[in-house]
Design a binder for this molecule. Structure first.
Ligand code: HEC
Length: 189
């Protein structure tokens, strides 16, 4: 190969030819090199922090999950306190809280409306449904909130009637919410 030679515009041509292509030997621009070095340095720092330390390097996803978990925990704790202190009075109070009655309504409509009617009258278009009306303040098994809760939890003492124990399908808090919904539908006295 011939000695390296300078071309007219002072660009060095390297000595070798590869596949018929001659290579210029220009210096890379400093800004480009600088960027490259920064990424290298940053790689080492990031690698070290991510893999070698226990610094909190959570992804956005994990961060959101963590905050949701905290909120869920708090809600659960509140609900547990509420259940522990469950009484006629606290159930009455729940019946004025749209969060509970709303949740109760949703449960009622999927699990209970078939027999007790969407409007709690135990009627559908004039036809009597199997259940008893739940909005007439007349109670076969007692109308105290805890009594209503008990019949829903444990079912009717008369197993031939078809009112099953819902404790296998609903959690105590869900049953409390259904009770709060039923209470909210009682005629106001
Ligand atoms: C398969 C039909 C059926 C379903 C579904 C059903 N019930 Fe009943 N429920 C009955 C029947 C029948 C009775 C009356 C039982 C009796 O006379 O012993 C009753 C009784 C009751 C009572 C007592 C009423 C009173 O006057 O003392 C309550 C409260 C009640 N149900 C709530 C619910 C709730 C809440 C749900 C949903 C979680 C539900 N029921 C789902 C059929 C049903």
């Amino acid at each position: 190969m011939s000695q390296q030679k300078k071309s007219d515009n002072e660009v060095t041509i390297r000595e070798h030819v590869f596949d018929g292509i001659q290579e210029y030997d220009q210096k890379l621009p400093n800004w480009w090199l600088f960027t490259l070095y920064i990424t290298m340095v940053w790689f080492v720092i990031a690698w070290f922090i991510y893999y070698q330390t226990t610094l909190p390097t959570l992804t956005d996803h994990e961060r959101i999950d963590a905050s949701i978990a905290v909120i869920e925990e708090k809600k659960k704790a509140e609900l547990e306190t509420m259940l522990a202190s469950l009484s006629d009075a606290s159930l009455q109070e729940m019946s004025t809280d749209a969060t509970h009655t709303g949740a109760g309504k949703a449960i009622y409509e999927t699990k209970c409306a078939a027999c007790h009617g969407l409007d709690l009258t135990a009627k559908l278009g004039g036809i009597q449904l199997p259940g008893l009306p739940l909005n007439d303040s007349e109670w076969k098994y007692g109308g105290k909130p805890l009594e209503i809760m008990n019949i829903i939890t444990n079912g009717s003492p008369d197993v031939t009637k078809g009112m099953v124990a819902w404790k296998t399908q609903l959690s105590p808090s869900e049953i409390a919410q259904v009770v709060s919904y039923i209470l909210s539908k009682q005629p106001q006295t």
